[in-house]
Design a protein around this ligand. Structure first.
Ligand code: MLT
Length: 407
């Protein structure tokens, strides 16, 4: 008799952003007169179109696919050399980090990579996550049967080490003082809080991981939003990271590829667990389960690193950061407790009047037709918090803040 993977049955509810989309759709149906008034600042999905240099590169690549002489079939498993080299040179070597092109694995995005990476680790590894956290890290470990049992009251898993990120610690996780985790998920600039840590603080994590033989899975999808000095752009700025850290990166947030799909994972060849190179395991997995990101998209990714591409990307990031500043300052003026939004496109705010995260979600939707993300959806320490994204249009962002000021 067939059996399902019953780990899936342990997952409470649906994926956070699916739940929100369903709730918003139901509200629109029940309130047709207000449907067109809804402003979506929930999921971190971009709204600006792809920039001219990227579009030109894609058109050229499409034309190549129409010509027998330049047509391409399957991409190399690990990504085209032209893109892997552009990434190594621009994202790493230019920052003084020792990462080679053949340590980069091109993929269709950081969401998939952050969900899939756990497959190369044994089931009995103990994971540590920030609380609140991007739900993909936890949910995919649940699917793999690594998280124990769920406590619906506490909204926690028995076999997960939670590292609370609260206003008291500046939304920065503290290094576990008790049980040592095997896999440590870190994301900076952080989704959902928008917080960052300094290079010195990240160095302490790297030292801890090397000392305890833990592996850090470092999600740097929001790196392009860093505006302050002394905030590391990559974990490989820290000494010793090559022997303990995997880094995940995305083209979604910097270059607007959420609908195009492109990302990459870095696994240094020095990173070994029990004498096995994680690079080899991930290469084996990639080769078996994945046929590579499309040629047209990888050419688009290469164009991101051209001088014109970089200039355009700075424009995109600047556009969204203007939104972030508008939300941050506007809500501060209106008396909200707010943070984030300086090195990240997310603003993290406390729900007023002791409302729970979901109560505030419903209140904002029904009163002023604004959609955000309830903090509790990211973990128990997110309860009573709320996330707004700066990825909307400037006009909608201004409207949303002005409406919230009126509450
Ligand atoms: C988010 O809203 O947290 C992001 O859109 C998640 C993602 O990039 O998958």
């Amino acid at each position: 008799m067939t059996k399902v993977n019953d780990n899936y049955l342990k997952l409470p509810g649906s994926y956070l952003f699916s739940t929100i989309a369903k709730k918003v759709a139901a509200y629109g149906e029940a309130n047709p007169d207000k449907k067109d008034n809804i402003i979506r600042l929930g999921i971190g999905d971009v709204t600006r179109p792809l920039t001219p240099t990227i579009i030109t590169a894609m058109h050229k690549a499409v034309d190549e696919m129409a010509d027998e002489a330049t047509f391409r079939g399957y991409a190399p498993d690990l990504g085209y050399e032209f893109l892997r080299k552009a990434i190594a040179d621009n994202d790493y070597k230019k920052r003084g980090c020792d990462i080679e092109a053949d340590e980069i694995f091109v993929s269709d995005g950081a969401k998939c990579d952050s969900g899939n990476i756990q497959e190369i680790f044994a089931r009995d590894n103990k994971i540590a996550v920030c609380d609140p956290v991007y739900p993909v890290y936890v949910d995919t470990n649940v699917m793999a049967g690594r998280t124990g049992t769920y406590d619906p009251d506490k909204e926690t898993w028995s076999d997960v080490i939670y590292m609370p990120c609260t206003s008291e610690n500046g939304f920065a996780p503290e290094i576990p003082s008790g049980e040592v985790p095997d896999l440590i998920y870190l994301c900076f600039p952080n989704n959902p809080t928008g917080a960052t840590i300094t290079k010195d603080a990240l160095q302490k994590w790297v030292d801890y991981a090397n000392e305890h033989k833990s592996v850090i899975i470092y999600d740097a999808a929001y790196e392009a939003y860093i505006s302050e000095d002394n905030v590391p752009h990559t974990i490989y700025e820290c000494a010793g990271a090559r022997t303990c850290a995997i880094e995940l990166r995305s083209f979604s947030k910097n270059a607007g590829f959420t609908g195009v799909r492109l990302g990459f994972t870095v696994i240094p060849k020095d990173l070994e667990v029990e004498g096995t190179k994680l690079h080899s395991l991930w290469a084996r997995r990639h080769g078996t389960k994945y046929n590579g990101a499309p040629y047209i998209i990888q050419r688009a990714g290469e164009a991101v690193y051209s001088a014109a591409g970089q200039e355009e990307i700075r424009g995109l990031v600047g556009y969204y950061m203007k939104n972030a500043a508008y939300i941050l300052n506007g809500l501060k003026d209106a008396g909200f407790e707010v943070s984030g939004g300086v090195n990240a496109p997310y603003i993290w705010l406390k729900a007023p009047n002791n409302m729970s995260s979901w109560e505030f979600f419903d209140y904002l939707l029904s009163e002023v037709q604004i959609v955000g993300t309830p903090g509790s959806g990211f973990g128990p320490s997110g309860e009573t918090y709320f996330r707004l994204t700066a990825f909307g249009s400037y006009e909608n962002t201004v409207k949303a803040v002005d409406r919230m000021k009126q509450l």
